[in-house]
Design a binder for this molecule. Sequence first.
Ligand SMILES: [Zn+2]
Length: 340
Amino acid sequence: MEKTADTILAMPKAELHRHIEGCVRLPTILDLAAKYKFNLPSADPAELDRAYRLRAPGASLAAVLGMFGLAQACFASYEAVERITFEALEDAYKKENIRLLELRYSPDFMLGRAGLDWQRAHDLIAAVCARFEKDYRMVCGVIVIASRSYGLESARRTIEFAAANKKTVAGFDLADSESDYPPALYAGAVKQLHAEGIPLTVHSGEEGHYSQVSDTIKALAPRRIGHGVKAAEDRSGATVELVKKAGVTIETNPWSNYLTRAVPSVEAHPLKSFLAAGVKCTIGADDPEILATDLNNEYRLAVERMGLSLEDIRRTLRFAVEGSFLSPDRRQQAAKELGL
Ligand SMILES: [Zn+2]
């Protein structure tokens, strides 16, 4: 097992599903809280760690999402947005050897609390990514999210925003509370994305019933689905078959799914069966700081507890390059960096 861990550490990696809001380092929280005078549950790093990081399964997806409040407070200024984005890229590159990274954020959730201007913040995020690409051997892009719990009007506004920033927006995502905000609600709004040629991914089948996954595919025609684990609960196999037929890539996040109780155990995660069924899957860490994980850990779980081979992991890297929303030249560069 020691050897597997070393091999995984050294392996160049790709991640398509990572939230900027889930990448705030603990020391950065302490710094920013002192600077912007927001309250912390504790000033003691060990206690703060316990309040900020989920290390065992939470009561529900909603309870886990509640832990994001602290991260949200950190986006208190443009300078903080810039710093957190840079640190997210730095951790991905230096700690995980990630060479292709799609970072995502929800403007309403991340910028709304401090009332930051979306355009100014987005331009800074895009500039940090562009600079990072120049300085390091990693390609990266930004996905803009509409948080469903902010309502349909917020989604419309976020779609407008993405359309106005097509040059620096790699794709679009719908996230959180799928059961309360079913896919059909967004069928009209996403038409604009398709018309503008902005690729869509949707958090679906992370909670609730497996029919949400097929509803999402039928109503929204996304190129990718985040999580999608509930598809495996359709014993007829029809949902997985639909995912496959639609050519949808599933962005799996195994440890996240275990912590939010989307799966009862890591061993029960359907990634291996999805791959065996011919579904294109990638592996992600979702919110590495909040969920105390990273791709080194996710790959280790996949190999040691979910029965994937290192060759399976390499297959997921090929699917990541294929399913990435980045431009063809950047995907090609990523393929080279990943040794594919
Ligand atoms: Zn996510």
